[in-house]
Design a protein around this ligand. Structure first.
Ligand SMILES: NC(=O)c1ccc[n+]([C@@H]2O[C@H](COP(=O)([O-])OP(=O)(O)OC[C@H]3O[C@@H](n4cnc5c(N)ncnc54)[C@H](OP(=O)(O)O)[C@@H]3O)[C@@H](O)[C@H]2O)c1
Length: 307
């Protein structure tokens, strides 16, 4: 088991917020962090799914202190919801880290927009996180904290059109997903440059989970319930995939591990699976012009202006 060769430090007294923590990588990141002693604020858009996930963590991690788990409603596709959640967190004074994990991973086949008028995948995966992180810089700085953006190996696979990140033309589900992951990675790296230039003591890091599938992950009622066919299909890919429990390791390492510097990119040792190691993000995501352009788009779309 890879975890034998890797572990988190003692995180007692630290608080982390995870978006989309009722399922998938966000759920298992929660388990890893609380096992290391951290307090985790589990967030999600559905109160029932969130309560089910919190109960599952309590069941699976014996001896958890009551104050180690908190839940908070946060729909990353809705800027009003993001602002409300951020206001609650600011009231707590400080936060050690944000895992900007929530995401639409199977986008709709036709372009859809949110109540705020943005393409739904870009809004959910990118804009909500840009707004959340920007709104929480003060509590993050109070803890010398980190934010972790979720990238993906898919960013190397599809040509990117930086002129139209919301795909007003030529939408496809795959393009919407890849564009959103180019954006989260480029913005995570740009955030590092801007935070350092403004001398704000917050680190911005990007991480990806390789290829982590539900069908290779332990079944948990209400949290991970793949069909038999799904398990069969996912197991056919076993040599190049891993469980979401394992896929969460680079994410929590980037968030709370030792030796992680701002502006770095982390993933599994063998690209698609394995223990955490530092990696190189796709060339397109390292282009500062594209990052600057995306930053302006994100600021204008969210109304959140970072220092
Ligand atoms: N799995 C992989 O191999 C892989 C590879 C590269 C990158 N990633 C990235 O890792 C992240 C998590 O992926 P995953 O595999 O864990 O996917 P998942 O199992 O589908 O989980 C996605 C999570 O995001 C939440 N979410 C979706 N829309 C939301 C919204 N509007 N507001 C708040 N939460 C929302 C979902 O909540 P609901 O239950 O309410 O939908 C769920 O908790 C994504 O950013 C994805 O791009 C995954």
């Amino acid at each position: 088991m890879p975890r034998a060769a890797w572990s988190l430090p003692d995180l007692t007294g630290r608080t982390y917020l995870i978006t989309g923590s009722n399922a998938g990588l966000g759920y298992f990141s929660t388990e890893h962090l609380v096992r290391a002693g951290a307090r985790v604020v589990m967030t999600g858009r559905n109160p029932n799914r969130l309560a089910t996930a919190r109960a599952a963590v309590r069941r699976r991690v014996p001896g958890l202190a009551l104050e180690q788990l908190e839940t908070l409603l946060l729909d990353t596709s809705n800027l009003g919801s993001v602002r409300a959640a951020a206001a609650t967190v600011r009231g707590w004074g400080k936060i050690d880290g944000l895992l900007l994990n929530a995401g639409i991973v199977h986008p709709p086949s036709r372009r859809e927009t949110t109540a705020d008028g943005h393409e739904i995948v870009f809004a959910t995966n990118v804009l909500g996180h840009f707004a959340l992180a920007g709104e929480l810089l003060v509590p993050l700085a109070a803890a010398l904290g980190r934010m972790v953006w979720l990238g993906s190996m898919s960013t190397s696979l599809t040509p990117y059109n930086p002129v139209d990140p919301q795909l007003t033309e030529g939408y496809s589900a795959w393009r919407a997903y890849v564009q959103s992951k180019v954006a989260t990675t480029a913005l995570g790296l740009e955030a590092d440059r801007r935070l350092r230039a403004a001398r704000i003591p917050v680190a911005s890091v990007v991480a990806h989970p390789g290829y982590s599938t539900s069908g290779r992950t332990v079944g948990i009622a209400g949290v991970n319930e793949p069909s038999k066919v799904g398990r069969f299909a996912d197991n056919l890919q076993a040599p190049v995939t891993q469980s979401k429990e394992e896929g969460a390791l680079p994410l929590v390492h980037a968030l709370a591990g030792a030796g992680v510097e701002s502006g770095t990119f982390w993933g599994p040792r063998f690209a698609l699976h394995g223990t955490p190691r530092r990696a190189t993000p796709a060339r397109i995501t390292r282009d500062p012009d594209i990052a600057r352009r995306l930053w302006t788009v994100a600021e204008e779309a969210t109304g959140v202006h970072w220092p």
